[in-house]
Design a protein around this ligand. Sequence first.
Ligand SMILES: NC(=O)C1=CN([C@@H]2O[C@H](COP(=O)(O)OP(=O)(O)OC[C@H]3O[C@@H](n4cnc5c(N)ncnc54)[C@H](O)[C@@H]3O)[C@@H](O)[C@H]2O)[C@@H](O)CC1
Ligand SMILES: Nc1ncnc2c1ncn2[C@@H]1O[C@H](COP(=O)(O)OP(=O)(O)OP(=O)(O)O)[C@@H](O)[C@H]1O
Ligand SMILES: [Mg+2]
Length: 327
Amino acid sequence: MQLGREHWERAFSVLERAFSLNKACSIKDMKNTFQLVRNIIPPLTTKKHKGQDGRIGIVGGCQEYTGAPYFAAISALKVGADLSHVFCTQEAAPVIKSYSPELIVHPVLDSPDAVQDVEKWLPRLHALVVGPGLGRDDGLLRNVKGILEASKARDVPVVIDADGLWLIAEQPALIQGYQKAVLTPNHAEFRRLSEAVLRDPLDSSDPHGAVLRLSQALGNVTVVRKGERDVISDGRQVLECSQEGSSRRCGGQGDLLSGSLGVLVHWALLAGPEKTDGFSPLLVAAFGACSLTRQCSHQAFQKHGRSTTTTDMVAEVGPAFARLFES
Ligand SMILES: NC(=O)C1=CN([C@@H]2O[C@H](COP(=O)(O)OP(=O)(O)OC[C@H]3O[C@@H](n4cnc5c(N)ncnc54)[C@H](O)[C@@H]3O)[C@@H](O)[C@H]2O)[C@@H](O)CC1
Ligand SMILES: Nc1ncnc2c1ncn2[C@@H]1O[C@H](COP(=O)(O)OP(=O)(O)OP(=O)(O)O)[C@@H](O)[C@H]1O
Ligand SMILES: [Mg+2]
């Protein structure tokens, strides 16, 4: 299909808004970063079997929070994963199952055998997203510590979000130097993490530097600081994503981001650095998830305005993905 001038002008302005690398970057660089995300997306063919495009696990879901793991898990499927597992507490499981028949739900997180119960699934999972709706119960966090250690031992990529970041702020050594980890803190989580790791009050005058320093202090773990602009760093490079989103700040948008990122991390690592042109695959995956989440927010807000909720954004994942990465 021939794309018209208007399409390219619109795409160009999206790219301009969406990308900057350490403040200095050319238009070519901007186009390239979206192109790098496109490069990691596996083609849809008739030759694949179920599971090949992603088997993602979400660790979270407790008495108080059932929406967060649902949003993360359903977003992973909508981005293009084949199977999405949720490992949650016993009482959260029937609730999460009832939201969607598409999710595989394991009521194991508060069992005495939680670590073994999750560990036996690890060889079949491509990435874990740890934290959405986990809560801060000491017993659950002890189990999650064991799950993280088992994931590292098996080289499983992990995205750590929400209450998973509470655990990392308490015990940064758990993730120190693990090259297949991405942390996705919001405003409060970033402050907590940064002050715990760097043992200094957060310098709010230098948002790029603050993310760079945290990533370096954690041994080049990739950090995505969400906010008005998302700042992403692997301790070597800094990317900023300011794709147009919306002014709605309803809960759950970060869960959509972390679930999407679980899939993109798997795709990026599978594609390898030759497809990401010298950028770390995890940086490219993170840029993809940030721009996708913000585009979902933008599209949902255009339809629903102030009443926009995360469910409306989930419905936009397919169209937003196609618009950003497949047009
Ligand atoms: N439907 C659900 O089940 C949801 C559950 N959630 C879960 O709720 C738990 C707690 O997550 P929270 O994100 O509330 O974490 P926290 O309990 O650390 O709270 C963060 C606080 O920071 C404030 N804040 C956020 N952005 C700010 C900014 N820019 N400036 C100043 N203050 C700011 C928020 O109002 C909130 O009070 C997690 O397990 C999370 O996954 C959320 O994901 C939202 C949806
Ligand atoms: N002020 C803002 N303007 C535009 N987009 C924003 C703003 N703050 C956050 N976002 C976007 O909203 C999404 C979620 O970020 P947020 O900081 O709300 O995460 P969160 O608090 O973890 O969400 P959740 O409620 O799922 O836990 C990200 O894509 C981020 O880019
Ligand atoms: Mg969150």
